[in-house]
Design a protein around this ligand. Structure first.
Ligand SMILES: NC(=O)c1ccc[n+]([C@@H]2O[C@H](COP(=O)([O-])OP(=O)(O)OC[C@H]3O[C@@H](n4cnc5c(N)ncnc54)[C@H](O)[C@@H]3O)[C@@H](O)[C@H]2O)c1
Length: 253
């Protein structure tokens, strides 16, 4: 679909990749609502891009419903949802202090997988009520996985499992929502040049990028945003997971 003028929601838009995508979509003329748990960050981003800030935990049922109500009231029901919010709590299954606390594993699954699903189901309900565009398209939903879904590293059992859950969710979600004209596509970035990455000492950055075959550097936030743009605009893309990683395959550590 054409992006200009559409109501779009970006979760996790208070920081990093999400903030980059929110700004990029706003520049393309979308009316962007930024959802994040961090009030100060989400308000700063929304103000900078002329968007709408909503403070919400993506994994919370009632909080999510209130967030989409706020989207409808401000910009109308969203035709575009980009789920970017996610967390990483590292920890080996069996560490020096014993087994990984169950609540740590649950928390990561709750935010990354359940939270993404929560946003997806609520956005889809709104999209289904909109008039169809060309090809009968009503909306597009993008989830953010990671190449850790395929090559999770040591200490990443929870994170990798949550991101693999998103890979498994993509096709059935696309199939479920097809009758409403809603597409579902997942992006799986490699190592992205977020502010956090760029503040690492140069030698650590180099050790991270050494393994990237080509281009031998971090993926830029602009490249992730441009992939989202393409996914939104290309109606034939559906039910697929797209890696954006310079052919990187993560080693065990
Ligand atoms: N940075 C990378 O190299 C990389 C690589 C692959 C995948 N990813 C994925 O991309 C996404 C963004 O990564 P980033 O590096 O920009 O992270 P980040 O930490 O800079 O930003 C994540 C944002 O999500 C928000 N958030 C966290 N939990 C939330 C919740 N429950 N509800 C609402 N908002 C919440 C945070 O407040 C933060 O603003 C994550 O899903 C991450 O797993 C990142």
């Amino acid at each position: 679909m054409e992006i200009t003028g559409q109501s779009a929601v970006v979760t996790g838009g208070g920081s990093g990749i999400g903030a980059g995508i929110a700004a990029y979509l706003a520049k393309l003329g979308a009316k962007v609502t930024v959802i994040d748990v961090d009030r100060a960050k989400v308000e700063a981003v929304a103000q900078a891009i002329g968007g709408h800030a909503v403070v919400a935990d993506i994994a919370d049922g009632p909080g999510g419903e209130a967030a989409f109500k706020s989207v409808r009231e401000r910009f109308g029901a969203a035709r575009i949802l980009v789920n970017v919010a996610g967390i990483l709590i590292p920890g080996r299954i069996l560490g020096k202090d014993g087994p990984l606390p169950l609540e740590k594993f649950r928390k990561v699954i709750d935010v990354n997988l359940v939270g993404t699903f929560n946003m997806m189901r609520l956005a889809a309900a709104d999209m289904a009520g909109l008039a169809p565009l060309a090809d009968g398209e009503r909306g597009v939903i993008i989830a953010t996985s990671s190449i850790a879904a395929y090559e999770g590293q040591i200490g990443q059992a929870a994170y990798a499992a949550s991101k693999a859950g998103l890979v498994g969710l993509t096709l059935p979600a696309a199939r479920d929502l097809a009758r409403s004209g809603i597409r579902v596509v997942t992006i799986a970035p490699g190592l992205v040049a977020t502010p956090m990455m760029l503040t690492l000492p140069p030698d650590i950055q180099k050790s991270l990028t050494d393994a990237v075959p080509f281009p031998n550097r971090l993926v830029t936030q602009d490249e992730v945003a441009r992939l989202c743009q393409h996914v939104i605009e290309n109606v034939a893309l559906n039910g697929e997971v797209i890696r954006l990683d310079g052919a990187l395959r993560l080693a065990a550590k």
